[in-house]
Write a protein that binds this ligand. Structure first.
Ligand code: FAD
Length: 411
């Protein structure tokens, strides 16, 4: 790994000084024998520089020469191809997030001029799910089977996936930002020396350089950062459930496609965790992510007991109850109901926000809902910027009115 300033290109503009987060670059007098006499020149303090590369794009004159390698010269990225979606399965069923990622991955693959592939891990019975992956647009499926892969455990899954990734070299790997996906992605990224961006809310391909543009909230959701993995492959991103919409079935008749079978070597040392039983937490009855209608309450409710109004409206609509974080933090409702950046990401057909301001962290979890209705007494509340229909008024008047009217209409 090395970095240096190219004397013949540096104009002494000092933009790189501002770009360096570690204050490793200073301007010094230009050596007498260097071109551009009289101008200052940038100097990098190699004891302070972390080789993060932040200075490189800031230089408009290509005067910073950064070479990174993983041992043995520059990395040749040309061997990496195709967009892979990790087809997360539980109890032998591919999860909805995988189909959502296939829907988004199709466009990415088209923009890269590569194939859309799914990678599915499980025991032999998981093969039944392969056809669905083709139906949802996968052009190739990497089927990785082993009895020890029936249910998820970190170590054997990481080892198996790392083996197949190292062999076939995908350019991009997308995983769901589920508990399983987050656990696996971090391990895998380290194992294969890849860059990983967690919890992306937008993905695209840079039209010129073809890097994956990975957008996610940063600094507590106050800005959206777009991250690129320039020097390493694969480019890995996790995306939460419901951030992308599951498209319609692409190939209804698909019975077969290109299946690449793979049996990994699973080391007994990787099986230190034994799965004895799977016990489901029956206390969690809220399924916000699959709800078609969600009625959410915010701090405008004033106190915990007023959530009753939200529950009544949700009940007549056959929907689920959501909440802002302010109400969860206040202890008015359990965290299972929280919608937003640190809660659930939802995408119902109808989202009714009652007494919710619509701060960016809340919007991050619900703004892709098909129809958003907001009830808020402040006409300038940010929720109205994303709402399709808005009622400027007191929720204590309008929520019971809506419940009454819908009850009447439904007989
Ligand atoms: C790192 C981080 C992560 C976060 N994650 C989340 C998250 O996942 N989800 C989330 O929701 N927030 C999250 N937040 C908090 C977020 O910034 C807001 O503080 C929160 O969403 C505010 O909740 P609220 O809209 O219910 O309350 P408020 O901001 O207090 O808004 C209450 C609204 O109710 C209206 N109102 C009051 N009385 C009435 C009435 N009688 N009738 C009608 N309207 C009324 C007011 O006009 C106001 O607009 C996060 C913050 C941070 C820093």
């Amino acid at each position: 790994m090395s970095i240096k300033i190219l004397l013949d290109k540096c104009t002494g503009c000092s933009l790189c000084v501002k770009a360096c987060p570690f204050a490793a670059i200073t301007m010094i007098d230009r050596p007498a024998d260097a071109p551009g006499k009289g101008k200052k020149i940038a100097q990098i303090d190699l004891d302070v520089c972390t080789l993060c590369g932040a200075c490189v794009p800031s230089c408009k004159f290509n005067a910073i020469d950064l070479k990174k390698d993983l041992g043995g010269g520059d990395i040749d990225l040309s061997h990496y191809k195709d967009v892979w979606v990790f087809a997360e399965q539980r109890e032998g069923k591919v999860q909805s997030v995988a189909y959502e990622l296939l829907s988004e991955g199709r466009q990415l693959a088209a923009d890269c001029g590569s194939l859309l592939c799914a990678v599915l891990l499980g025991d032999a019975s998981i093969e039944e799910e392969v056809d669905q992956l083709f139906k949802y647009g996968a052009q190739k499926v990497y089927l990785v089977t082993h009895p020890e892969l029936k249910d998820y455990r970190t170590a054997p899954y990481t080892r198996a996936l790392a083996e197949v990734v190292t062999k076939h070299k995908p350019e991009i790997i997308l995983l769901g930002a589920t508990t399983l996906g987050r656990d696996l992605a971090a391990r895998l990224a380290i194992r294969v020396g890849a860059g990983l961006t967690a919890d992306c809310t937008g993905l695209a391909i840079d039209p010129v350089k073809k890097h994956l543009l990975q957008t996610r909230p940063a600094f507590g959701g106050n800005i959206m950062a777009t991250i690129q993995t320039i020097r390493h492959r694969p480019q890995m991103a996790t995306v939460r459930t419901k951030v992308f919409k599951k498209s319609q079935i692409q190939n209804p008749k698909s019975q077969e496609g290109n299946v690449i079978r793979f049996t990994p070597v699973i080391d007994q040392n990787d099986l230190v965790v034994k799965l004895l039983d799977i016990i489901k937490d029956e206390s969690v009855k809220v399924n916000l992510q699959d709800a078609e209608i969600i009625v959410s309450g915010g701090r405008g409710l004033g106190e915990a007991k007023n959530f009753k109004l939200i529950e009544e409206l949700a009940a007549v609509l056959g929907g689920a109850v959501g909440a802002s974080r302010a109400t969860v933090d206040a202890g008015w409702i359990s965290a299972h109901h929280q919608v937003g950046q640190t809660g659930k990401t939802v995408c119902p057909k109808l989202y009714i926000a009652c007494g919710i301001a619509g701060k960016i962290q809340h919007l991050a979890g619900m703004q892709s809902s098909d129809t958003i209705v907001a009830i808020n007494k402040d006409p300038d509340a940010p929720i109205f910027k994303v709402a399709h229909y808005g009622i400027v008024g007191d929720l204590f008047e309008y929520v019971p009115l809506l419940t009454k009217k819908i009850k009447e209409l439904r007989g």
